[in-house]
Design a protein. Structure first.
Length: 151
C-alpha cells in the first residue's frame, strides 16, 4: 500500500488563476521540468480534461501513463488517479486543493500517493516524493506568478 504525502505553498494569485494553470495540461512541458509531452485523451462536456496522457523523463525515472481527473464544481479541488498501471507505477492518486486567502493569494495543498512498480527503500521513496512535490509546487508557483504578471 502506498503512503500519502502532502505539502502546501502560497501562490500570489487567485484560486481561479491557479486552477487555470493546473488545468492547462497542453502547456505542462513549458514549465514542468520532467514532463516531456502531454495529450488530453478525453474531455468532459464542459471542456475540462477527463483523461490526460503524460510522458515523463526525469533521468532515472522515465514513464508514460494516463491520469483520470475530477474537479470540484468551483475547481477548488482537482483530483486524479492512474487509469492503468504503467512501467514505473502500480497506482497513483493525487489532488490539488486551492484555498483563497484574504490578501488575494492562494494556498495550494498538493497530496500525492504513488505505489511504484519497482522496489525502493521507504526512506529513499519518501525523499524522492518530497523532491517531486517541492519541485511541482515551486514550478506551479513560478508559472502562475510569471504568467499573471504578463497579463
Amino acid at each position: 500500500m502506498a503512503d500519502s504525502s502532502t505539502q502546501s505553498i502560497v501562490v500570489g494569485a487567485s484560486p481561479e488563476r491557479v486552477a487555470a494553470v493546473i488545468c492547462d495540461f497542453a502547456r505542462y512541458p513549458e514549465w514542468t521540468d520532467a514532463v516531456r509531452r502531454t495529450e488530453v485523451v478525453e474531455e468532459y462536456e464542459d471542456g475540462y480534461a477527463s483523461q490526460v496522457r503524460f510522458t515523463l523523463d526525469a533521468g532515472v525515472l522515465a514513464d508514460e501513463y494516463v491520469l483520470a481527473y475530477e474537479y470540484a464544481e468551483d475547481v477548488s479541488r482537482i483530483e486524479w488517479h492512474l487509469v492503468a498501471p504503467s512501467k514505473m507505477q502500480r497506482s497513483q492518486r493525487g489532488s490539488y486543493d486551492l484555498v483563497g486567502n484574504p490578501d488575494g493569494t492562494t494556498t495550494v495543498t498538493y497530496t500525492l500517493e504513488v505505489e511504484l512498480s519497482v522496489g525502493m527503500l521507504g526512506m529513499f521513496r519518501r525523499k524522492a516524493e518530497k523532491m517531486i512535490m517541492d519541485a511541482a509546487l515551486k514550478q506551479l508557483k513560478r508559472r502562475v506568478e510569471d504568467t499573471g504578471a504578463a497579463r
